[in-house]
Design a binder for this molecule. Sequence first.
Ligand SMILES: [Fe+2]
Length: 416
Amino acid sequence: MTRSLVFNLFLITTAAWLCAYCSSPKKELSQATLLRSPYLQCAFKDSLTILWRTDSGEVCHVEYRSADQEKWQQATGITRATNTAAIENEVVLHHLLPNKKYEYKIFTNKQEQLPDEKFWFRSPLTKKDTAFTFFAVGDIGEPVDEGGTPDVLAKALEPHKDSLAFGLLLGDIVYPDGSSQRYDQNLFQYFTKVFPYVPTYALLGNHDWQLPDDFTKEWKLPNNEHYYSFDYGKTHFIGLDSKIGDFYDYEEQVEWFKNDLQKRAKDTEWTIVFLHHNGKSCTYKQDYENVIALYPIFEEAKVDLVLNGHAHTYERLNPMNGQGEPISQYIGKTATYANPSGFISITVGSGGKLRGIGSDPKPFTPDPEHCRHPNLVAKANHLWAYLQLSIEGRKLKAKAISTEKGDVVDEFIIEK
Ligand SMILES: [Fe+2]
């Protein structure tokens, strides 16, 4: 075939294709119905991701503006299939101005979803700003008709959403097996007044580990979504995956953890580690050796706080050294710590499934007074509670708040 014949054939084919494209009617976008309210992920640096779910949808976008801007900006996203019949809508916002309140509207197939709802979020801090408040709690999504209290937790958090920069969800997010099919029923349906406003960072717990691929489908997280870190202001957060106590890829993860600690910014003021399993504890759960094996790293790297779930109760330990011994000068001093050496470890697995109540009638034993570890516990309360932590420069204020009554059941301050 000569070169000119090939060229002519190419022209004819292209023209025919273009003609067919121009004359075909435009595909109508279907009417999409919202199945899951928006939830916010990956809020750090100048970026934030908004996810929501609909029953159908080919295109999605978000309109957003900061409170002092008149003009709406637009960001388009992607839609994709999920583990259920729902379609996930994902929009990533970039170049956000720091520490500003933004309003936003969500659109699937160009139709606004929940137009009567006024959604907003607060954009992440820069390194210059050091004051923020966040919450942490684990063991949440137990069905309400089986004695669970995710609804009570959501109602307790809702009035504080204006002041909460984000939340850490410390594993065992959805009982009994972390199945995608149960996420809306056991979790999201209760948090429609919290998750559209307060970003969250979830971790896998042993229950979520029954279906780990479902976990990664439901959340969008940094790194490999199992273990990750992020900076907020001058605080460095590191989430670990303790799997069923034995850790996901233990050696590789510990190596990553050590490197991550080494790579912290020089002006980091606080380091907070969060994971599902406890190390030493006086709750009804055993001590987990793989967590205890990290204690020397916590001490050496000057980790300030270690937050975990797993035991369905609240327990704060005295500052410990790398050998897991309570440091004697702090025993009995539970309110204010000035320049403490060692780290403070807290179990706050009291989000929605309290042992001894509902479907889990086994008694809460042992207790701190009859514990295998003398002088370990600074404060323990067997009730539904979440942790509220406020950082202001070199001061950290922690409060455990009862989700049922709203009262403060434990409180301490660390000053550096
Ligand atoms: Fe657990």
